[in-house]
Design a protein around this ligand. Structure first.
Ligand code: NAD
Length: 477
């Protein structure tokens, strides 16, 4: 049991103004593994004031010095890598071996990249008679979700601090334990007081207080489209800058020129990309678009891939590919969508709403599910499910595939796989999303990441992510 009874404000562990706590659950067996303070608006006020007071001096600290602090935090996290991977596997369910690389490896990488960028970024340029200077935006409120908890924190906190901003972080109340590890590391490296503040609690109380606090200049949010809209509305009253990384319902187009062998390879690959982190991935390729003539073949290959590779397992077991979901609420939500798919007439190829066998019945496991003959107007093709549910949709020709891919309120990610790479790239250009892979192109942690449409606005990671936290000043000389 990890019981945290303090939050981190102004360089010290302090009690919350409130007296309530929130339990944290183990996704593998439903037991309580810890608790955190249920913070209040008064805690946010205290943290925002500390961050405001620390801002001037931190913004004036040399980029080299800031970069060193941020890199040292990355080193501190690296020393606790196994502990981070274990905690996140318990919180969110990802198989431990993958957590090691993704849930621990990616955030460590973000601190290193942000630390380097602080030192190498070009903060000034001359435009005619003007000196254009890029300066930190101010105090940043960071609100993050539970699916890649530390990764999403790092994409905001590391880059904001490297850019010279001070931060108030509210991690997800579902997966908050890794944020305490970060705060401990921050404390160990002796970061100046007030630069990093941690207030835990609910979105309705702590998240809402951050969104409207007058001392906070920017809110950087990752989470659901529902909460993103509420945050943007609340932030409008004080005209904060807002960056929103929201949900997705991404299409993976398998073009009609693929050979049988390539088609099989991309169907199998597509199942994995829909199921990463049990499907609890905003960029999951959850709609697979195949030529109508190949629908039956796609369903057959996908069913084989699921039964041979993705059977639910204890995420700490060797070769686990499919752990539990993060919470009981997620199990309700995902199985509800599976029922809806059956009701609306999609063909259930594999899986279903019942509890899977062979795993702890108290864990938050669901059956990995594939639907074929899905039409794009069905609920399972339009709404983000956030679980291991793949919808296979047939198309007539290339134009039809592009139309279906873009027929979504979301615009986060996608894929186009084709024998002719040039053609695949041309199709990819016509998909209205912030990122898209062509022929299995790998995730790039320094390429700009963000959405179009209801998937939000703003970009994270790499130089683009760094610039999000900068203001631009023109000095006419
Ligand atoms: P969520 O929106 O319920 O919660 C995210 C965070 O916002 C939590 O910290 C929560 O406490 C807080 N919050 C909730 N309501 C709020 C409000 N009204 N005001 C302020 N804060 C509030 O999302 P979740 O269930 O934690 O995460 C899943 C969602 O996140 C999915 O929709 C997923 O697609 C999205 N997501 C997007 C990305 C991306 O980069 N685009 C990455 C990961 C997850």
């Amino acid at each position: 049991m990890t019981q945290h009874d303090k939050i981190y404000i102004d360089g010290a562990w302090v009690p919350s103004a409130g007296s309530k706590k929130i339990d944290v659950y183990d996704s593998t067996d439903g037991s309580v593994i810890g608790s955190i303070p249920e913070g209040t608006a008064a805690d946010v006020d205290k943290a925002a004031k500390a961050a405001r007071a620390a801002f001037d001096s931190w913004a004036q600290t040399s980029p080299e010095e800031r970069g060193k602090y941020v890199t040292r935090i990355g080193e501190g996290l690296a020393a606790r890598m196994d502990e981070i991977a274990t905690v996140v596997t318990r919180e969110a369910g990802m198989p431990k071996w993958l957590s090691q690389m993704v849930q621990a490896g990616l955030p460590i990488g973000s601190f290193n990249t942000a630390g380097q960028l602080a030192e190498t970024f070009k903060y000034e340029e001359t435009v005619g008679n003007s000196l254009v200077v890029k300066e930190p935006v101010g105090v940043v409120g960071c609100i993050t979700p539970w699916n890649y908890p530390l990764h999403q924190i790092a994409a905001k906190v590391a880059y904001a601090m490297a850019a010279g901003c001070t931060v108030v972080l509210k991690p997800s109340e579902v997966a908050p334990l890794d944020a305490f590890i970060l705060a401990e590391v921050v404390n160990d490296v002796g970061l100046p007081a007030g630069v990093f503040n941690l207030v835990t609690g609910t979105g309705a109380e702590v998240g809402a207080a951050i969104s409207k606090h007058p001392d906070i200049d920017m809110v950087s949010f990752t989470g659901s489209t529902r909460a993103g809209k509420q945050i943007a509305e609340a932030a409008a009253a004080t005209l904060k800058r807002v960056a929103l990384e929201l949900g997705g319902k991404s299409a993976n187009i398998l073009l009609d020129d693929l050979s049988d062998e390539e088609f099989e390879k991309y169907v199998r690959d597509g199942v994995g990309k829909a199921y990463l982190n049990q499907g609890q991935t905003c960029t999951a390729l959850t709609r697979m678009l195949v030529p109508n003539s190949r629908m039956d073949k796609a369903a057959e290959i996908a069913a084989d891939e699921v039964s041979t590779k993705f059977q639910p397992k204890d995420p700490f077991a060797d070769f686990a590919m499919m752990g539990p979901l993060s919470s009981a609420a997620q199990v309700e939500r995902v199985t509800g969508y599976i029922r809806k798919g059956i009701e609306e007439g999609a063909t259930l190829v594999v899986g279903g709403p019942d509890k899977p066998e062979g795993v702890n019945p108290d864990g938050y496991f669901v059956q990995p599910t594939v639907f074929a003959n899905v039409t794009n107007d069905m609920t399972i093709a339009q709404e983000e499910i956030f679980g291991p549910v793949l919808s296979i949709i047939g198309y007539e020709d290339e134009e039809d595939a592009i139309r279906i891919a873009n027929d979504s309120i979301y615009g986060l990610s996608g894929g186009v796989q084709g024998a002719d790479k040039e053609r695949a790239q041309q199709v990819a250009r016509r998909i209205r999303t912030g990122q898209i892979e062509v022929n299995g192109g790998a995730f790039n942690p320094v390429a700009p990441f963000g959405g179009y449409k209801n998937s939000g606005y703003g970009r994270e990671y790499g130089e683009y992510g760094f610039e999000e936290f900068l203001e631009v000043k023109s000095m006419q000389l």
